[in-house]
Design a binder for this molecule. Sequence first.
Ligand SMILES: [Zn+2]
Length: 204
Amino acid sequence: MKQSKQNTPCGVQPPQEWLDTTASIADQLNIRAPSVTMAPAWFMGPNAGQTLPNGRVLVNPKALKLPDDARRYVLAHEIGHVTRWHGKAAFLAFAALVLLYAVNPALCGLVGWTYILAVLAPYGLGDRAEFQADATAADVLGSPYAVIRAQREVIRVMGASVTPQRKRRWERLRAMAQAQTEREQRSISHGQGSEPSGDGAAGE
Ligand SMILES: [Zn+2]
C-alpha cells in the first residue's frame, strides 16, 4: 500500500482503486459517478466516508487501509446517500432553520432544537437515511449480510464503536435478508426447479 506521508488536504484525489470502485458501482446502478475526494481525518471523525450537499463523496485517509469489500461497501453506502439526495435534504432542513431564525429567533430555537434532538437525530432523517444508504449498499454487494460484515470491518479499522442505532439497523438488514431468502425459496418451489434468475422476484 502506497501512502504519502504528507497531510491530506481537501480536494485531493483518492488512490486509483477508489476511483475504479466508484466507477464500477455507478455502472452497476446506472448513474453518473459522483466526484470522490480525500478529506482530512480531523474533519471526518470516525466516518470512513461522508457525502456533501453538492453530492461530492469525501473519504477519510484512515479508510485507505480498508480491504476491497469494505471499500466497495463504503462507496456504495455514500453513493446511496447521493442518489437519494440526503445531503441536500439535510442541507435544506438546516437552511429552513436559519431562515426561521431570521424571522423569529426564539421560535427557531424552540422548533429547531426540539426537532433536531427529538426527531431528526435519533429516529428521523439520520437513522432512516442511513438505512436507505445501507439498502443501496445491499443491492450493490448482493446481500444485506455482506453489508453487516463490511460495516464490522469498517468499525474495526476506523476504531469506532457499535452504537444502538447501528444495532437497530443490523436487525432491519437481517430482516431484509430473511425476506429475500424467503422470496427466493418461494420462487424456487413455484418455478420449474431450475436456478432462480435473481432479478425476477426483485422487480427492480
Ligand atoms: Zn451514511
